[in-house]
Ligand binder design. Structure first.
Ligand SMILES: *Cc1c(COP(=O)(O)O)cnc(C)c1O
Length: 387
């Protein structure tokens, strides 16, 4: 993509590698979840960095996402979390994507698409309480696995997904018990699936008893907490910095009102700066009443409604000029705005903030020192991005 507008995302692959190493429990394999363009960070570079750091599997939501990773030359096993859509089975299997199965119709379609099912390892998903997809009720799993085996498939994995792992131990324990009971029934029927897996980031951090053979963290890999304070002891590093530049500056008197609806009023005479980024880029419009950005190392308020392509910043008496560096997410000097901060102002979660940064925003890649010990904020800003 041709890049002229000074608005971009910078992704630190050193942080991705660091986070993968910090999250992977000893003796357990790690599937890096890179669905939704790696939560907005860029699927291919993130997947490659995660594999370099010891991830052995990749997880995606869509067949399309798996095909894109294969086209990028990635050879690692890739699990697709939902059944392949009708008609996509052959292409997905040709690309060696690992199917998830949980419905009789899905099993039949896959069996019809393949000539030698024994060469296809499938993972059966069990619904233990999320109630989205998966075999339900869980006690039907043993028969379903039997059907898959009868169709000739190798059932290599059984998995489930937690609804509240980052916030409620009781629910998680119940889901895990239901899962293990199901697994025991499957084993009693003579099957011995190699991969049992349940743990998203919340469970990877909080529930070691749920790690089993493979953990599936997503948000933690990006250095974002699944809930406030969860994983603070791991020192996860946010990988994403969202940058823009001031494009226009004007001096306005106290009492002037700004942007659509004139919903922001200047309390004092101030410099008002314009930045070329808006809700069409994924900056949440509804954050405007509380949102702040970093400029000259300070937090400054967004001044009025975020528009489709631009937003305004109340700079007070800061001597701001066109070209000055603005950080929407990430660190500038000693200050940081996290995805969780922006999510709080917008009434959502960090996941939604980063995964919705749009395709108009180019992604650039840097690599900070990524050893578990060697990181320092100084080392990072010394790369010369402070504007
Ligand atoms: C998204 C997803 C994950 C990762 O969840 P995080 O909370 O981001 O760690 C794991 N497993 C499945 C099935 C998912 O859909």
């Amino acid at each position: 993509m041709i890049r002229l507008r000074p608005t971009w995302v910078e992704v630190d692959l050193g942080a991705i590698r660091h986070n993968v190493r910090a999250l992977r429990p000893d003796g357990v394999e790690l599937m890096a979840v890179v669905k939704a363009n790696a939560y907005g960070h860029g699927a291919e570079p993130v997947a490659k960095a995660a594999l370099e750091a010891g991830a052995t599997w990749l997880g995606v939501a869509l067949v399309e996402e798996g095909l894109e990773l294969r086209a990028a030359g990635i050879d690692a096993p890739i699990l697709v979390f939902s059944e392949f859509p009708a008609g996509s089975e052959r292409g997905a299997l040709d690309a060696r994507l690992t199917p998830t199965l949980y419905s009789v119709a899905g099993l039949r379609r896959l069996a019809d698409a393949v000539s030698s099912p024994a060469s296809v390892g499938v993972h059966v998903k069990v619904d233990t309480g999320m109630h989205r997809v998966g075999v339900w009720p869980p006690e039907d799993t043993v028969d379903f696995v039997g059907d898959a085996v009868a169709a000739g498939f190798a059932v290599e994995g059984i998995w489930t997904h937690f609804a509240r792992s980052e916030e409620d131990a009781e629910t998680t324990k119940r889901q895990l018990e239901l899962f293990m009971t199901t697994v025991e029934e499957v084993r009693a029927s003579g099957q011995a699936p190699r991969w049992l897996h349940t743990s998203n980031t919340g469970a990877t951090i909080l529930h070691p008893e749920a790690h089993l053979d493979l953990v599936r963290p997503g948000i933690g890999i990006y250095g974002i907490e699944p809930a406030a304070g969860v994983g603070a002891e791991l020192g996860l590093r946010p990988a994403l910095t969202w940058r823009t530049h001031v494009t226009s500056v004007r001096r306005l008197a106290a009492g002037e009102r700004t942007s659509y609806g004139h919903r922001y009023e200047l309390a004092h005479d101030a410099w008002l700066a314009t930045a070329p980024v808006g809700y069409a880029d994924g900056y949440p419009r509804r954050a405007f009443a509380e949102a702040e950005v970093l400029l000259h190392g300070e937090r400054r308020p967004v001044a009025g409604v975020v528009t489709m392509d631009q937003l305004l910043i109340d700079c007070g008496d800061l001597p701001v000029e066109p070209g000055d560096d603005v950080v929407l997410l990430g660190r500038q000097g000693s200050r940081r705005i996290t995805a969780e901060d922006l999510a709080g102002w917008a009434g959502t979660i960090g996941y939604e903030i980063v995964s919705r940064i749009g395709p108009r925003v180019p992604r650039e890649y840097v690599a900070s020192e990524d050893s578990a010990k060697g990181y320092s904020a100084r080392g990072y800003s010394a790369r010369g991005y402070s504007g």
